[in-house]
Write a protein that binds this ligand. Structure first.
Ligand code: ADP
Ligand code: MG
Length: 698
């Protein structure tokens, strides 16, 4: 049996394979393209394509695909075989540089939000050499960006790469001011912690709501949920352990550094965290991880649920985006340093993040907005929809002393002057692990905790990179023009703290009092739903920032706003339709059958002896009948609301109607059905209950 280091990355055309299979010249040019974004000439592309194909074919591949991330939220692929006819009637395996670099999938069935006019039905995919190609099954997967012919981004990778470039440019300007003239580039890195549920296939198949919408739309609270806190970090069950074992192996073969896995808070909930990578690679890897999780679960007779809120009243699943920025020389710019000089630089980068999060609270909220995640944010298990930052006591005290020109505790009477020698060496504050903050500093990185489990991490990182690039740009503009660097730096940091300290909150983010303080006293933004926040992507300040860094064009922003809201409407509409269907064809008939049988029993007893009171049956039949009446009435109302809303004009109006009219009706229908579940004999209930599902895996 091979050891992990022997098979790690065996399905990836990575640096090791490139070195082995490419000539020194070709390797050097490709490296230059990867590291410095130099353009690739076709000669080099041909040589790389040939080596890639040889390697892929020798590893069992027969096809290749340009793999991309359209705005549907999942990844897309179109497979072509390598075969090409040879004169003798046979075939040879061929793959050209042109095929590697560019593909032309039919773009017309992917959402474009109006970006693709009919004469431009086709889009193109462009190879992203910074993310390695890999083999899955018998296909070589080539990570690509996806654009319309007019050059508009139709995917998530293109703006992510643009945002990384913006951050790189501005961060380098700042580093140069600190005398660093050796770093060639600055890149953001991400380690996304992925939460998920595992249930048995049998349970999944018996629930149309899970099948059609990924979450349960009905289900009374089980007698035992997560109250005992006995699942978190608990012993892993055999079926789960064998799933995790195979998952790790599959991910490792694909060069994905799956590192930690454990049980989460809710029963049947688990987490996987990889070792952090460059944002672009981490994003591709997270997409692959989600796919592999679902595929491996299938093989084990399980289903992996990636929905943000599969079960009401039970913790939902998120994705923690651990984010840092570092130079190509390996310096983490968010890590407190050893010297006052390093610490001044660290504080400036820290301030850039503080300013970015405060100035672009709305964009961060927008970046995690989906119908599914709306159920999770603010549900006392995940951060609220209000963005705030946690810095910890140590850093908090340092910032406070800078702001007030006051002595920092532990430094005697000295004041905190930046850029001169008195700035102390401070310890990393890792003791206080605030788990309720949406955006927490964890010693040398920030953990953005609002992402939903099924979200692509691209969106959050696009906004984060861009907003921080903007802060750094403003800082660089100011500092480059300063007469005295130290004074200007000190003033800049002080000003940032004064203006943006309202975003810093070290307390309990789940507390209602906090939401009140955040919105009423501090004036922070609170957008509880996708419909509330999404239109703000088009606010002038957001458009100005994102277009000035060339991350999005205004057309791209408009199209994204439309697509995200359209997605919201479709998601909720499908859920509502599924509910109506289940209520009418499964739940109401089952409850009715139980009530009818009860009535029959009572009649039978009375036929024996007219004196038998039959209180139990009579009361129950009464309750069940009023519930079935209610279920049928509300299901009808929901259905007609759905039909009416279909005629609403404009996506903002439609999504608002859906939020205000459909969601409350769905809640009403659910509550009647869940009531019925509680008093209907288990043998009559037409589907597995929460207790059945959550404790199904052995
Ligand atoms: P914790 O368990 O305290 O949240 P871990 O050290 O387990 O933190 O890391 C959680 C995630 O953060 C992992 O994916 C890890 O690779 C990632 N991570 C660690 N250091 C960094 C960093 N400097 N930048 C980005 N991500 C990081
Ligand atoms: Mg964490």
């Amino acid at each position: 049996m091979k050891t992990v280091p022997e098979y790690f990355g065996c399905m990836v055309f990575d640096d090791r394979v490139m070195k082995k299979t490419l000539s020194a010249d070709v390797y050097a040019s490709l490296k230059k393209t990867i590291d410095e974004e130099a353009t690739l000439d076709i000669g080099v592309a041909n040589a790389v394509a040939e080596a890639m194909k040889e390697w892929a074919v020798s590893n069992g591949a027969t096809h290749f695909t340009h793999w991309f991330q359209p705005l549907t939220g999942i990844t897309a692929e179109k497979h072509d075989s390598f075969i090409s006819p040879s004169p003798d009637g046979g075939v040879i395996m061929e793959f050209s540089g042109k095929e590697l670099i560019k593909g032309e999938p039919d773009a017309s069935s992917f959402p474009s939000g109006g970006l693709r006019t009919t004469f431009e039905a086709r889009g193109y995919t462009a190879w992203d050499p910074t993310s390695y190609a890999y083999i899955k099954g018998s296909t070589l997967y080539i990570p690509t960006a996806f654009c319309s012919y007019g050059g508009y981004a139709l995917d998530k990778k293109t703006p992510l790469l643009r945002s990384m470039e913006a951050l790189n440019k501005q961060a380098l300007r700042v580093l140069r001011l600190f005398g660093n003239d050796t770093s060639k580039c600055v890149r953001p890195s991400v380690g996304p912690e992925q939460e998920y549920f595992l249930i048995t296939r049998e349970m999944f198949d018996a629930r149309p709501d899970l099948k059609f919408t990924g979450r349960t739309l009905f289900g009374a609270k089980p007698p035992k949920g997560q109250e005992m806190d006995d699942h978190y970090f608990g012993a892993i069950k055999p079926a789960v352990a064998s799933f995790m074992g195979e998952l790790n192996e599959e991910l490792w073969k694909l060069g994905i550094m799956a590192k930690t896995e454990h049980n989460e808070v809710a029963p049947a909930q688990h987490e996987l965290a990889p070792i952090y990578r460059t944002t672009n690679v981490a994003t591709d890897h997270n997409q692959i991880t989600m796919e592999v999780m679902q595929r491996v679960a299938e093989k084990h007779g399980l289903v992996c649920l990636l929905h943000e809120k599969p079960f009401e009243g039970v913790n939902g699943s998120g994705k923690h985006n651990n984010w840092s920025i570092s130079t190509d020389e390996g310096q983490n710019l968010l890590s407190p340093g050893e010297t006052p000089h390093e610490n001044a630089q660290f504080l400036l980068f820290l301030c850039a993040v503080i300013k970015a999060v405060d100035d672009y609270q709305d964009l961060l909220r927008i970046s995690v907005a989906t119908a599914g995640n709306d159920h999770r944010l603010g549900a006392n298990e995940a951060p609220p929809a209000v963005i705030s930052m946690f810095l910890g006591d140590e850093l908090g005290a340092i910032l406070e002393s800078i702001e007030n020109d006051a002595p920092y505790r532990g430094t005697g009477k000295t004041q905190m002057r930046l850029g001169v020698d008195v700035l102390p060496k401070f310890n990393r504050d890792t003791t206080d692990r605030n788990r309720t903050s949406p955006f927490a500093f964890t010693g040398n990185k920030f953990e953005f905790r609002m992402l939903g489990s099924s979200n692509s991490i691209a969106c959050a990182n696009i906004m984060l990179n861009s907003a921080v690039a903007e802060s750094l740009k403003i800082y660089a503009d100011e500092l480059e023009g300063a007469d005295d660097f130290s004074t200007a730096l000190h003033d800049l940091i002080k000003k940032t703290i004064k203006e943006h300290k309202k975003i810093i909150f070290n307390g309990n983010g789940y507390d209602d009092a906090w939401i009140k303080e955040a919105t009423e006293v501090r004036g922070l933004k609170n957008y509880p739903t996708t419909v509330d926040c999404m239109p703000h992507i088009l606010d002038k300040k957001n458009v100005d920032m994102l277009t000035s860094h060339k991350v999005f064009t205004i057309e791209e922003l408009r199209s994204r706003c439309d697509i995200m809201l359209d997605n919201y409407c479709k998601t909720v509409t499908i859920e509502a339709g599924t509910m109506v269907n289940m209520a009418k064809t499964m739940i109401a008939p089952a409850v009715e059958k139980f009530a009818a049988d009860m009535a029959k029993n009572a009649n039978a007893k009375r036929a024996l002896n007219a004196e038998i009171p039959c209180d139990y049956e009579i009361k129950l039949v009464g309750k069940l009948s009023s519930l079935t009446d209610m279920i049928s009435l509300v299901a009808d109302e929901l259905q007609s609301e759905l039909e009416e809303i279909r005629r609403t004009d404009g996506i903002i109006a439609e999504s608002t109607e859906i939020r205000d009219r459909i969601l409350p009706k769905m809640a009403e229908l659910r509550s009647a059905c869940d009531e019925a579940e509680k008093i209907t004999a288990k043998s009559y209930w037409p589907m597995p209950t929460y207790a059945d599902i959550l404790f199904s895996v052995k």
